[in-house]
Design a protein around this ligand. Structure first.
Ligand code: BMA
Length: 364
């Protein structure tokens, strides 16, 4: 029954999408929109991993110019690359050659193209530095930052240069290459300078819309699927409180992690499942009302300290929902406990392999 309901919801969304676009499915963006809708319609979920081709738990690309981009912790364990490659633009705004996690932008561009050439999909998040204080994305010492970059703000010109650098990079991948862009994420909580307590809903919406307008109207980058991805642990009203509007958004996402803290693995798993189920219930309903795609834009359990996390915690919940993809966060090569996918030799790697072998989980 559940599956049938998912199918009906997703088919309604596809039909609506086709009706909404005057010329259905004729641009690269339309094709990707359609493909993501199709995953949900078929009850399938594509699997994604952040920074998958750049480094893993105990390796890092050492020759960025010549690397063949064929190493992947996910592939080492599951035998296939993730369908979705997550990349982060943090640092592009400064004109840096490498992003905030040490990934050279030239390598990122090559990897994006390679991923698409292999038949996969690429999504970009962005942790830009703080344009007012000079700190990083997590510098929340001032609540004037968003105000300073929108119309009439003291940093508006500098900030346009930041947008230009990000747009230049995305443009350099190719005008006909559809990609997913997920700026200004986790915006209800208050850990980034664009967070809930750091700006008003109107200021946030203006930040998002000016980013969209710059990319789409000034630069003509119509190959982008725009993803709205608030953090979890919110109610539907909070989730929508900063929504930029249907004209600016193609995908409804949400970032939800499992945290252990003082709990046992079992308690934390139950809490995460409840939170995930509650949130995906309202996100899929809202998305269907707005005729948009859904994804679980970020999730994971740091260090995978639950032996059956993939098959018994994540899988049973997500497979009840029409979400197009799920992305787990990065496997840092320089922080031994900061990983969200297994690697070859990881003691509970087989649980992930079993997850990827489920008929509705899609890898490349
Ligand atoms: C965070 C951590 C950081 C990283 C940032 C951007 O969640 O993984 O180490 O710098 O994402 O990728």
């Amino acid at each position: 029954m559940k599956r049938i309901l998912i199918l009906i919801a997703a088919l309604t969304a596809i039909t609506a999408c086709d009706n909404r676009n005057k010329k259905p499915m004729d641009t690269p963006k339309d094709l990707l929109v359609h493909r993501l809708f199709e995953y949900s319609a078929a009850g399938q979920i594509a699997y994604g991993h952040q920074d998958d081709l750049f480094y893993g738990h105990n390796w890092v690309v050492s020759d960025p110019e010549n690397d063949q981009l064929d190493r992947s912790d996910v592939k080492d364990v599951a035998g296939a690359y993730p369908m979705i490659l997550g990349c982060d633009l943090g640092g592009i705004e400064m004109g840096w050659e490498e992003n905030l996690d040490g990934v050279p932008f030239d390598l990122m561009r090559r990897a994006a193209l390679k991923q698409i050439e292999r038949g996969g999909i690429v999504t970009f998040s962005w942790h830009p530095r703080n344009p007012l204080t000079g700190g990083d994305a997590w510098d929340i010492s001032s609540d004037q930052v968003v105000k300073s970059v929108i119309k009439g703000g003291e940093k508006v010109n500098e900030f346009r240069t930041w947008l230009k650098r990000a747009a230049d990079f995305i443009e350099s991948i190719g005008p006909d290459v559809p990609i997913i862009f997920r700026p200004w994420h986790e915006n209800i909580g208050s850990w980034f300078w664009w967070g809930g307590k750091l700006c008003s809903p109107e200021e946030y919406q203006e930040l998002f819309r000016m980013t969209w307008l710059y990319f789409t109207k000034e630069r003509g980058l119509t190959n982008i699927l725009w993803c709205y991805s608030p953090n979890g642990d919110v109610n539907p009203q909070e989730y929508m409180s900063r929504y930029p509007g249907d004209d600016f958004i193609d995908i409804f996402g949400v970032d939800i992690y499992e945290y252990i803290g003082e709990m046992t693995t079992e308690e934390a798993g139950v809490l995460y499942q409840e939170n995930l189920r509650r949130t995906l219930t309202f996100v899929t309903t809202i998305a269907s009302d707005h005729k948009k795609i859904v994804c679980l834009s970020e999730t994971g359990l740091e260090g995978l300290i639950d032996p059956t996390w993939w098959t018994e915690t994540l899988y049973p919940v997500i497979s009840d929902f029409a979400i197009s993809y799920v992305l787990t966060w990065r496997n840092a090569y320089d922080k031994p406990t900061h990983f969200y996918a297994p690697w070859k030799g990881f003691e509970w790697a087989d649980d992930f392999k079993q997850f990827t072998e489920k008929e509705n989980i899609v890898l490349l």
